[in-house]
Design a protein around this ligand. Structure first.
Ligand SMILES: [Zn+2]
Length: 430
């Protein structure tokens, strides 16, 4: 066995002992303090004292916890358990945050396994799930609260004195498989859970993700490959209005939109994006370049066959012209084509309609010159990182609340804001 492991095993009981001493000291200091009722302010009455135990990182802690009650309001408090890091429940607040962190990265069963391997804590997946609910709920409320705050025109955003000349906002969406039943399946004894019924049509809900970045901070890490110094992710399980409300709040929180800032919006053809962007007065709308080409590929394959060199050349010709800002020439050329089959005619008409509708968002030469970029690659990779990597693994099904809470926590980690859960009190959830 390695020395490190040896020391860890040797000191673990001592760490537990030291932690238990601290808990005892807190319990002693609270012994003679009668808490006031949070509703009426009157001193509460000692109700009873019971021995409570909970799991911490180094093992199980015990304490006799006094419960106080307000005779008027029937409110109850157990001051020792309100103490930071203790909190009611079977897992210490500090361990709960570590477990939540594991669950933000890995599925619940794997997170429980990691807890054992990394922390030496034996825990079942259900307990990890519970911790995420109790910590995810305040995280979700926090982000919702921030969005509501900024939605009020009277509330103050961060200073915009250093607002950039342009900020890029790209948005994307994808579907999550939702649970068919409202109730969670209950395990009886050691029996395995019955399999879930297959997901039916309509039992999906869209998760929308937005990425905020400053074009000035984009650096070319190798020819043609770009990376950004900073990016902020915003994600929600909701409609178009919700994601734009969250994006707007995040922009105000960052102080990124000043009176002269151009908000550059990059998106695919999805209407919900373009219907909302008018909220930004100074804006530049860009149709994602790769989506524009994807549509051209649809025609090229019908015209020249799969994987033909001609199809390749044809699409590259269109790409070069689009990059040069010649979208109207491209449309005119497409209109001069004489399709031989009804299928091709239909596809071609579709492409012409798509380019005509978005022509004003396809001035790629200008966007490149201004340094705005022309693709939504940043949001697609971010979206995969936020959603696919954790929420769309084989057979995963989510409850609305479960997905919302885990999403809120995952965003905190990906936005490098994991310190926040330390400041959020855990809540009890049904
Ligand atoms: Zn009271």
């Amino acid at each position: 066995m390695s020395l490190e492991r040896e020391v860890e095993l040797e000191y673990r009981p001592r760490l537990l002992g030291a932690l238990q001493d601290k808990v005892n000291a807190v319990a002693d200091s609270l012994r003679d303090q009668t808490p006031a009722c949070s509703r009426c302010g009157q001193p509460m009455k000692r109700h009873d004292t019971e021995t409570v135990s909970w799991i911490a990182r180094f093992g199980r802690l015990h304490a006799s916890v006094t419960r106080y009650r307000c005779p008027e309001c029937k409110d109850e408090r157990r001051p020792l358990l309100d103490y930071p890091g203790v909190e009611p429940g079977r897992i210490s607040g500090s361990l709960a945050r570590l477990l939540a962190l594991l669950a933000v990265v890995a599925p619940y069963t794997l997170a429980a396994q990691l807890a054992w391997l990394l922390l030496g804590v034996k825990i079942n997946p259900m307990s990890v799930w519970k911790v995420v609910q109790r910590l995810g709920e305040p995280a979700a409320r926090y982000s919702e609260g921030m969005s509501q705050y900024h939605a009020d025109s009277r509330s103050e955003g961060a200073s915009t004195r250093e607002a950039p000349p342009a900020v890029v906002v790209s948005v994307d969406g994808s579907m999550l498989g939702m649970q068919v039943r409202q109730q969670r399946r209950r395990r009886t004894g050691a029996e395995p859970l019955p399999p879930l019924p297959p997901v039916e049509e309509g039992q999906f809900q869209e998760v929308k993700t937005g990425v905020l970045l400053l074009p000035g901070e984009r650096v070319e890490i190798s020819p043609g490959r770009h990376s950004v110094v900073r990016r902020f992710l915003v994600s929600c399980l909701g409609n178009a209005a919700d994601i734009f409300r969250h994006l707007y709040a995040q922009l105000r929180e960052l102080g990124w939109v000043g009176p002269h800032t151009v908000v550059v919006i990059v998106g695919d053809g999805a209407e919900w994006i373009w219907n909302r962007v008018s909220m930004f007065v100074r804006r530049c709308e860009i149709l994602d370049f790769w989506h524009a080409l994807e549509h051209a590929w649809g025609v090229a394959r019908l015209l020249y066959g799969e994987q033909s060199r001609q199809a390749d050349r044809w699409v590259h010709g269109i790409a070069a012209d689009l990059r040069a800002g010649k979208v109207l020439e491209v449309i005119a050329r497409l209109q001069r084509m004489r399709p031989r089959t009804p299928e091709l005619r239909e596809k071609l008409q579709g492409l012409i309609a798509y380019y005509s509708e978005h022509a004003g968002r396809m001035r790629y030469d200008e966007y490149l010159r201004l340094g705005y970029g022309i693709g939504s690659g940043a949001v697609e990779s971010a979206h995969k990182q936020v959603v696919h990597a954790r929420f769309r693994q084989a057979g995963m099904r989510w409850s609305e609340a479960g997905a919302r809470r885990l999403l809120a926590l995952r965003l905190l980690l990906l936005n490098d804001n994991w310190a926040l859960p330390d400041r959020l009190p855990m809540v009890s959830v049904a």
